[in-house]
Ligand binder design. Structure first.
Ligand SMILES: [Zn+2]
Length: 480
């Protein structure tokens, strides 16, 4: 095979390639596996690799990223020698500059008695390194990984925003979809394997998550997070991690029985179930905790007993529903005891995208009005002492309620609002609206949604009416 380098339209001299596979070629992975397979077999057959009960787990490999695992220095030395001999026999070299040693143990035995060598040179001992894109820490500390995730999350979200995916051009629901597909998988890469996150780390992640939610909706940084995330229908970032873990568990369960990851999972599950060790770390204990939290533990128990597991689609549906339900309950409990949410909880009752955002998605000319309404929802509050209206001379406790229902200055605009409301079928609906208390009526207008059973067209018309009139009346009030 011959190759050359192309740069600015010009080609270098052709040179012969004696070894290697083509980058991105369809067959490259298969060719590489054929090339490396005997090495993996030799490592596996060596008695020096680590054991998990009766399973040999001596090396985890992803393409050319090889990790050797052994419980003794001598064992590790033998494994490295196997690799070195194999590479010498087949005429290639492992990069010793890229090789590193991690020693997982208590601090007492942190010194490695004998240095490990590859091609005669010492392999450096480090406390943390990357394997398959995942940061491993020999002291099992995850802080640097979490900091890294927060940094990537903020940086990628901001750069996506700067590239034109901005709330002033795009609906926040579209923005949030793009951010969830581009930024979260990158920042939270392999979060299904994170375990034992401390509260500090979770708070740091939540903070970045809420920060992004606020900039997507263009809300001020001091807006209460529970308002902000629920208006866009976002669950906490912890739910995102939990979901990844549950999906990962599903993938493992549906694997073929003789594959190593599934056998490891089964052993670890049984180990946990039968309390074989005092304190078990890793994926399984975390999974059990999450399954209990979302009431999915039956599936885990069924799997351990009978090996049966739902299909991918069914499992994903179960996960989404139970995570959403349990988080909704927690959120409702939180806001029901917080006086800051006194009016907000009447406007927004569930963690779903605000109705105005949904309407604006199919009707882009309502985006500005939707933004106006969502801003109002995030700031609306009852004053402690009454304020005097300089337009009509009445006292009020809640300025939006005053604008929508009382202020004499806006009676013409209010008449127009009612004209539109009365035109909604059935006519009884306007009677229903008229019977609401002024605070409930204001909350209904701000939510752009009614519990009254309207057909689809009328319900959309009602939402649009709310967006248009609330924006018009409030801006007239504030600018006159
Ligand atoms: Zn007034």
């Amino acid at each position: 095979m011959r190759s050359c380098v192309q740069f600015k339209g010009k080609c270098s001299k052709w040179f012969n390639l004696k070894r290697g596979v083509r980058q991105g070629g369809v067959l490259s992975a298969v060719f590489y596996l054929v090339f490396i397979n005997d090495l993996l077999r030799q490592l596996d057959e060596s008695p020096y690799g680590s054991m998990l009960f009766n399973l040999r787990v001596s090396s985890t490999v992803q393409a050319d990223d090889i990790a050797l695992i052994s419980t003794t220095s001598k064992g590790m030395k033998t494994l490295i020698d196997i690799c070195q001999t194999y590479s010498e026999n087949w005429g290639f070299r492992f990069s010793s500059a890229k090789s590193e040693v991690l020693k997982f143990c208590s601090s007492k035995c942190a010194i490695i008695s004998q240095s490990l060598k590859l091609y005669g040179a010492d392999i450096p001992v480090v406390t943390s390194t990357k394997h398959v894109g995942i940061i491993l820490n020999a002291e099992c500390k995850s802080m640097s990984r979490t900091l890294n995730a927060c940094r990537i999350l903020r940086a990628t979200a901001l750069s996506v925003m700067k590239s034109g995916i901005h709330p002033s051009f795009l609906n926040p629901l579209t923005c949030s979809k793009i951010v969830f597909q581009m930024c979260y998988p990158k920042a939270m890469f392999a979060c299904e394997l994170w375990y034992g996150l401390s509260n500090t780390e979770l708070t740091m992640l939540e903070r970045s998550h809420k920060y992004i939610c606020k900039i997507i909706q263009g809300l001020p940084a001091r807006t209460r997070s529970d308002k902000c995330t629920s208006l866009l229908g976002w669950l906490p970032v912890e739910c995102y991690i939990d979901k990844c873990k549950l999906q990962f568990f599903g993938r493992l369960c549906r694997m073929d029985n003789n594959l190593l990851p599934k056998r490891i999972l089964l052993l670890r599950l049984l180990e946990f179930r039968n309390k074989c060790v005092k304190k078990q770390d890793g994926f399984v204990p975390d999974l059990i905790r999450i399954a209990v939290k979302y009431d999915l533990i039956n599936f885990v128990e069924d799997f351990v007993k009978s090996g049966s597991f739902p299909s991918k689609a069914v499992w994903n549906r179960y996960i989404s529903t139970s995570i959403a339900n349990s988080e909704n309950n927690r959120w409702q409990q939180r806001i029901s005891v917080d006086s800051d949410f006194e009016i907000f909880r009447k406007i927004h009752k569930h963690i779903v995208p605000h109705r105005a955002w949904v309407i604006a998605k199919t009707n882009p000319n309502f985006r500005e009005g939707a933004k106006y309404i969502v801003d109002l929802c995030s700031v609306i509050r009852t004053e402690e002492s009454p304020l005097l209206c300089d337009k009509c001379g009445q006292f009020f406790y809640n300025v939006i309620e005053h604008i929508m229902c009382m202020c004499d200055r806006l009676s013409d605009l209010r008449a127009k609002l009612w004209e539109d409301l009365i035109s909604i079928n059935p006519i009884v609906f306007s009677v229903y609206l008229d019977n609401l208390t002024s605070s409930t009526f204001t909350a209904t207008l701000l939510s752009c949604y009614t519990e009254y059973d309207l057909d689809n067209d009328n319900s959309i018309y009602f939402s649009k009416t709310c967006i248009t009139h609330v924006q018009r009346m409030c801006s007239v009030f504030y600018n006159s």
